[in-house]
Design a protein around this ligand. Structure first.
Ligand SMILES: [Cu+2]
Length: 98
């Protein structure tokens, strides 16, 4: 049981550090291009985020991060909430080693 926990922690660390990640968020509450702009601008200020894509049509936010220290999924959620929208589902869709 303890071993499993340690393995889990190690795995968690590997996904946070040393890998570039693509994070996708289903975002509810965006209604127009100003919403898209606001969210995009906010996300661009998050450290280690290298690319931000927002689709109003798909209700999706996609972030690419560098391989130094990816923001945690909680940080991503908080950024969306702070922008005035609702993060419905946050997931890492790609992890890349550089
Ligand atoms: Cu709007």
């Amino acid at each position: 049981m303890k071993k499993l926990l340690i393995l889990g922690l190690m795995f968690g660390m590997f996904t946070e550090f040393g890998f570039a990640r693509t994070i996708e968020v289903e975002v509810h509450g965006m209604t127009c291009s100003f919403c898209v702009d606001a969210l995009q601008r906010k996300c661009n200020k998050v450290p280690h985020v290298t690319k931000v894509e927002v689709s109003l049509k798909l209700k999706k936010l996609r972030l690419e991060t560098d391989n130094e220290q990816s923001p945690s999924l909680d940080e991503v959620k908080k950024t969306v909430v702070d922008s005035g929208f609702t993060p419905v589902k946050v997931e890492v869709i790609e992890t890349k080693e550089h």
